[in-house]
Design a protein around this ligand. Structure first.
Ligand SMILES: NC(=O)c1ccc[n+]([C@@H]2O[C@H](COP(=O)([O-])OP(=O)(O)OC[C@H]3O[C@@H](n4cnc5c(N)ncnc54)[C@H](O)[C@@H]3O)[C@@H](O)[C@H]2O)c1
Ligand SMILES: O=S(=O)(O)c1ccc(CO)cc1
Length: 506
């Protein structure tokens, strides 16, 4: 970090193991969303800067130091990085909370689990085996899997470190190298982790960070021919644009995009518990979570009680500066995001018969006026054709809808362009499995929400993206498979004389 201004830290780019200046002097403000203050300034990387970072990652990928490191040695290094990360958790909680506004308790709970993502993938690096394939004829066929190369990784503002780590851990463990483009709103913990890892022994160029805006820096990275795998976590639009750019170079892709998670609440489930889960599902991270339970679909026999209790619960959530441990809901990330949520409140109020039963405003507390706060908001009587049922709001905003039959609940849940996650509240085990199988999405929670594990596949279908993070599937997506076919037959070979051989081919 350079001290361009005595009060506001300035960050250059992180390329080849060190902080370097960008080609242009253009700087972007990074704000504290709870106060509106400028927390830091970052560089705006140009095409030339991105090219430099990708070349550095490409050279590091080929360098003996990294390319010929054995899986076991790499796994040891990754475990060491996990330990170093763990030793700096306090610093990371503080920086992340200041930068994205998530309450410090939630940030602590989330980030504390991240070192294990490295440990899990270090284990996969050791356990990884190539295959021997039973093919027809007297042949030995085996595979050699080699890491794909440079991974371009573009991350969103909502859980900057967690989402970056979900991809970074398998990238490093597989032997790939990377250029990360964090959200322009929340780049600070990513820059800090890159420096920590190099200090801990990660070879220069293996983990580079370029900061800047999506349509410039992000576009340059997605379209760079040196990128062998493109990972974007963000909105569906950014996924579509960058997917086409990376696809033009035939790069592998994983896209983790938007969502509108349906939560099916059946009448055999305790209403108070369903309300507690609804608040947890919808309001943590100020609702800025791709898998937030933004559509509560509730059986008609418990509907009125559920709506009344959820509205009450929403009104009791303590809003304030997220650094205060007693605060339960911080701001959304930016003034833009705050205005977007308020715009959806306006849309909801205009939609036929939707009923605002809690929130919908900026909190009255004058001490919060400079931050980007929105009250936890609940709309009832929402039906599938309404925009607030169909569109991702990305704020503390939940809709409640009514159903009569299980069939109707499933149809409502699947009536969405998104397919990231779904949740079911029931004490009927048979129903839980039956409904889980029919939800069109990549993740289902039964009587839970948000749970993420480094070993459990994570990702969506439809407009929620393609590919999976976490688990063995994500690790395996970092390799090219080479098939080696060895003829074991010792008899001399002459294609033009040996008719039996020719017959075998046909
Ligand atoms: N599926 C998941 O696991 C998951 C997790 C978290 C967030 N999300 C989604 O992320 C979105 C919120 O995050 P956001 O507002 O930061 O998303 P965003 O799409 O605006 O930005 C994500 C990243 O892409 C870059 N970007 C944006 N437009 C681009 C363009 N035209 N070309 C190249 N790069 C571009 C941004 O700079 C940022 O780094 C929500 O839709 C949310 O559902 C998905
Ligand atoms: O760790 S949690 O805060 O529960 C969490 C938040 C978001 C996501 C996915 O974006 C997963 C887990």
């Amino acid at each position: 970090m350079s001290a361009a201004n005595a009060r506001v830290p300035f960050h250059g780019l992180f390329i080849d193991g060190k902080e370097v200046p960008a080609t242009s002097d253009e700087r972007l403000d990074v704000l504290n969303p709870a106060t509106g203050e400028v927390l830091a300034r970052i560089s705006h990387a140009s095409d030339a800067d991105v090219d430099r970072a990708v070349r550095s990652a490409g050279a590091a990928f080929e360098a003996k130091e990294w390319a010929s490191m054995s899986n076991r040695t790499r796994a040891k290094l990754i475990n060491k990085l996990a330990d170093v990360f763990e030793a700096h958790l306090e610093e990371m909680f503080t920086l992340e909370t200041a930068n994205n506004g998530r309450s410090v308790n939630e940030t602590r709970a989330q980030i504390s689990r991240l070192p294990d993502f490295f440990r899990y993938n270090a284990g996969l690096a050791i356990a990884r085996r190539d295959a021997v394939i039973p093919v027809d004829g007297n042949y030995l066929n085996y595979t050699i899997r080699t890491p794909v190369g440079v991974v371009g990784n573009s991350t969103p503002f909502n859980h900057p470190l967690m989402i970056m780590v979900k991809s970074l851990a398998p990238t490093l463990a597989s032997g790939c190298t990377t250029v990360v483009k964090p959200s322009e709103y929340t780049p600070l913990t990513t820059l800090r982790l890159a420096q920590l890892f190099v200090d801990a022994g990660l070879p220069p160029g293996v983990f580079n960070v370029v900061t800047g805006l999506g349509p410039t820096t992000g576009k340059a990275l997605a379209s760079h021919r040196g990128i062998a795998k493109w990972v974007l976590t963000g909105g569906t639009e950014a996924g579509r644009i960058t997917g086409a750019l990376a696809g033009g170079n035939f790069a592998h892709q994983t896209q983790e995009l938007g969502g509108k998670t349906p939560v099916l609440v059946f009448d055999d489930f305790d209403v108070d518990q369903a309300v507690n889960y609804a608040a947890f599902g919808a309001f943590i991270g100020a609702g800025q979570t791709c898998i937030c339970g933004s559509r509560q679909i509730v059986h008609e026999s418990i509907y009125d009680e559920f709506v009344a209790k959820l509205a009450e619960k929403a009104k009791t959530i303590r809003i304030g500066n997220p650094v205060d441990p007693s605060v339960q809901l911080g701001p959304v990330v930016s003034r833009r995001q705050q205005n977007r949520v308020l715009e959806y409140v306006r849309i909801g109020l205009e939609e036929d018969k939707a009923r605002l039963v809690a929130g919908g405003r900026v909190p009255a507390d004058p001490s919060l006026a400079d931050g980007f706060f929105v009250e936890p908001t609940v709309f009832a009587d929402v039906t599938p054709r309404m925009r607030i049922f169909q569109e991702e709001v990305f704020g503390p905003f939940v809709s409640v809808s009514r159903f009569a039959t299980e069939e109707e609940a499933i149809a409502m849940a699947n009536d969405s362009p998104f397919g990231l996650a779904g949740a079911i509240r029931t004490s009927n085990v048979t129903r839980a499995h039956r409904v889980a199988a029919r939800l069109k999405c990549g993740i289902v929670w039964v009587n839970d929400h948000h749970r993420l594990d480094p070993a459990s596949p994570w990702g969506g279908v439809k407009d929620s993206g393609i590919g999976r993070e976490c688990g063995t599937e994500s690790f395996d997506q970092h390799f090219e498979t080479k098939s080696v076919m060895v003829r074991l037959d010792e008899a001399p070979f002459d294609w033009y004389q040996d008719t039996a051989n020719q017959r075998r081919l046909n």
